[in-house]
Design a protein around this ligand. Structure first.
Ligand SMILES: [Zn+2]
Length: 298
């Protein structure tokens, strides 16, 4: 039993057929955490799904309706790159709740974790790149509406294009993305701060540019709340990525994000985003490591 509450739903393990996205990773992370840290079964809480009206704080009502009622056009399904199913829709509404609850928990307790979410490629009127609803934006918006100065620290290998687009004119939210330049999405949106990395960049370069970027962001924006989009796809054995971070480099990445935020009194909510390692066990291990580092469990 620990003092931390982690948001998680078994409903995230949706059957999407033979696909590079391992939806079982969420369960695997939960199992690893129970096995290896002080967290017990009781520490995992099922989030309440957001309703359509709440999801429409970021998305267009028509798009929310299409997901809810299984009326998504074929063209939009192709862009989403996921097979639509009622289970996928249900998981997507729960996932928005998970990130919003993790953000609310973080605002009260300093840190909050959602074993899920990070669907940063979703735009108001469509989903893309495996992302149905932009839970990152929904969580960030909740915090901004509570008067927080919100930073999105997006360390997924891919640029957080949907999030950058959603907050392009919102001065309360600062979007920061460090990503592989020569990868999806192309073209990219303009975040408040983008750090593009060349192919095959390794851990030393990544982590020094990340530290520099977070410091710059803190200097110019002075956030008091952050959503950490902790994709595990900068990993050297990722099938969709072209960066070369080892498991240890990724632990250092998480440590930098935690240290830089704790140091400045910035509450931190964590969401998972991508991870497509050749071995799904590696993806789960890297995500579990992030939870371990952020919550200082071991
Ligand atoms: Zn990614």
């Amino acid at each position: 039993m620990s003092l931390n509450k982690i948001f998680y739903s078994p409903g995230y393990e949706v059957d999407i057929g033979n696909h590079v996205f391992p939806t079982r990773k969420y369960r695997m992370v939960k199992e690893l955490l129970v096995e290896r840290t002080s967290l017990g079964e009781d520490d995992f809480i099922q989030p309440r799904p957001l309703d359509s009206r709440e999801v429409a704080e970021v998305h267009t009502p028509d798009y929310v309706k299409d997901i809810k009622n299984a009326s998504l056009s074929y063209a939009k399904q192709v862009k989403l790159e996921l097979p639509y199913s009622p289970e996928l829709a249900e998981a997507s509404f729960i996932c928005c709740g998970g990130t919003v609850e993790a953000c609310e928990y973080a605002m009260k307790n300093g840190a909050g974790v959602h074993i899920g979410g990070g669907f940063h490629h979703a735009y108001p009127d469509h989903g893309e790149g495996f992302c149905v609803f932009n839970d990152v934006a929904l969580g960030a918006l909740r915090a901004a509406n509570k008067g927080k100065r919100v930073a999105v620290i997006d360390c997924d290998l891919h640029q957080g294009n949907g999030t950058a687009f959603i907050f392009r004119d919102d001065k309360r939210v600062f979007t920061f993305s460090i990503h592989q330049e020569n990868n999806y999405p192309i073209p990219k949106e303009k975040s408040d701060l983008d750090i593009p990395l060349g192919d095959s960049a390794g851990g030393d370069e990544y982590n020094s540019k990340l530290s520099e970027g977070i410091r710059k962001m803190k200097e110019v924006f002075k956030p008091d709340f952050a959503v950490y989009v902790a994709g595990s796809d900068p990993y050297e054995y990722d099938q969709l990525g072209g960066l070369r971070l080892s498991v240890e480099d990724l632990r250092m990445r998480d440590t930098i994000v935690r240290r830089e935020t704790v140091e400045s009194g910035i509450d931190l909510a964590v969401v998972f985003a991508g991870g497509y390692a050749v071995k799904p066990e590696d993806t789960a291990l890297i995500h579990a490591q992030t939870v371990d580092v952020v919550l200082n469990l071991t």
